[in-house]
Design a protein around this ligand. Sequence first.
Ligand SMILES: Nc1ncnc2c1ncn2[C@@H]1O[C@H](COP(=O)(O)OP(=O)(O)OP(=O)(O)O)[C@@H](O)[C@H]1O
Ligand SMILES: [Mg+2]
Length: 287
Amino acid sequence: MHGVDSDDAPVPLLCANGLYKHLHPPSLAFWRARQARTILRDIHLSIQAGERIGLAGVSGAGKTTLLNLLLALKGADAGSITCQGRAVRPASVRALRWYRRLVQYIPQDPAASLDPRMSVRDLIREPLVRLSVEGNHTRRIDEALDRVGLDRKFLSHRPGALSGGQAQRVAIARAVALRPRLLLADEPLSGLDLPVRARVMQLFDDMSRLDGTAFVIISHDLAVMPRLCERTLILHDGAIIEDRPTAALFEAPAHEHTKALVHAAHLDHDITSMMPATPATALYPVS
Ligand SMILES: Nc1ncnc2c1ncn2[C@@H]1O[C@H](COP(=O)(O)OP(=O)(O)OP(=O)(O)O)[C@@H](O)[C@H]1O
Ligand SMILES: [Mg+2]
């Protein structure tokens, strides 16, 4: 259980305070320093256990950069991140092991993140070994594969023998096998066909409802947010311009940029209507 502070308010699982990230031109010449571009500005974010937060914004808004900061893959130029009250910043693999066990990641291009020389079994096992996770790894691997709806025959396959959607599910299984408290997912649904999308959405539902896993789900397509996230943040030009319950954001978008995203989401076919009454697995058995 997460702790409480002196005011009895729950301590957030993850907290970002005033994050800035600047992009410096390659040259160190003094006159060029003035050309540094700010790609994230004054980001404040608080994530509670089990919460599902959507992060949307047009291409180049800074979504992946923010995720990289939250993952301590990159350092912020200003501001701080804490997880359960502990400071988080880039450090050695060993020093960050506690954090990697709690906070996992589905990369934007998952297929490219898989080592082509490794079997699916070894790909899912590798983080369990690297992070010294105790317990029965074989059971965790089988369970993760089941949860993403991949047949066990794929365990011996290498990434080159997988379709894009299958490789994406292996990347998701790698994160899921660690049973993280927070999962940061960068466009986890793009590249998946509708039945598999529904399956992954159901998995995220189950993880947050049954296991108390929190999520930050990035999508440039707002249409997935009502189904997936109770709260949605809009990032524009490196700043959070909205942070509201998803329903309220759709009903009355406050900013022009949000209105455009909501409009685009309504123009798209509505995959949200596929869900929630019947479990995806019953609708679409996936292998
Ligand atoms: N390594 C880099 N070198 C140069 N510019 C970068 C680099 N990384 C990010 N940027 C710039 O930072 C800004 C934010 O990029 P980021 O990848 O975070 O956007 P995004 O919201 O994830 O976009 P997308 O939806 O296309 O994935 C962009 O303007 C991008 O050009
Ligand atoms: Mg991105």
